[in-house]
Ligand binder design. Structure first.
Ligand code: MG
Length: 170
């Protein structure tokens, strides 16, 4: 199956930052909805703040990329003081090309963390970067995630790629 991430963990707090640092990662693209914060919340939380802070401590540049609207994405970008991109059209690789130019970075130095196979992991494939899959924080998708999640559930079923079955085994 082509839609497999390089790392599969339960949530952002399980990410071994030293491990990705050792892989040569200098920039981590973070999905917002159901990866960084629940898709139904408008507020930042301590866990998200801590995650971004830790990445900065290890000199990994955190960036958020979302298919969601600018109002929501800019709120999180500004409060976390990181670069942010709304309306990103994941799985298309346009945002990656933009980031690559802006940061003068090699694709081997970039990784994405997200909760959806059809957007985040497929974005990694189309951009030819490494990826980390997390389980969605809550089992509710907003309009930007509903359709792709339905396709994902179908793919997971035929591919026998179950939630949790591959944690840390990739
Ligand atoms: Mg998401």
């Amino acid at each position: 199956m082509i839609l497999r991430p390089n790392i599969y963990i339960k949530s952002i707090k399980d990410l071994d930052i030293i491990k990705i640092k050792n892989l040569g990662i200098k920039l981590l693209i973070i999905d917002i909805d159901n990866t960084l914060v629940p898709s139904d919340t408008k507020q930042i939380n301590d866990e998200a703040i801590k995650f971004v802070k830790q990445l900065k401590q290890y000199q990994i540049i955190p960036i958020i990329i979302s298919n969601n609207i600018n109002k929501r994405v800019s709120y999180f970008g500004k409060i976390l003081d990181i670069d942010y991109y709304a309306f990103s059209l994941k799985p298309l690789p346009f945002r990656f090309w933009q980031i690559k130019r802006k940061y003068h970075i090699n694709r081997h130095e970039v990784m994405i963390i997200g909760d959806q196979l059809m957007t985040d992991i497929l974005f990694a494939k189309s951009s030819r970067i490494k990826s980390i899959l997390v389980d969605p924080i809550i089992n509710k998708d907003n309009i930007f995630g509903k359709v792709t999640r339905t396709i994902e559930n179908f793919i997971r079923k035929i591919d026998k790629f179950e939630k949790g079955a591959y944690y840390d085994k990739m």
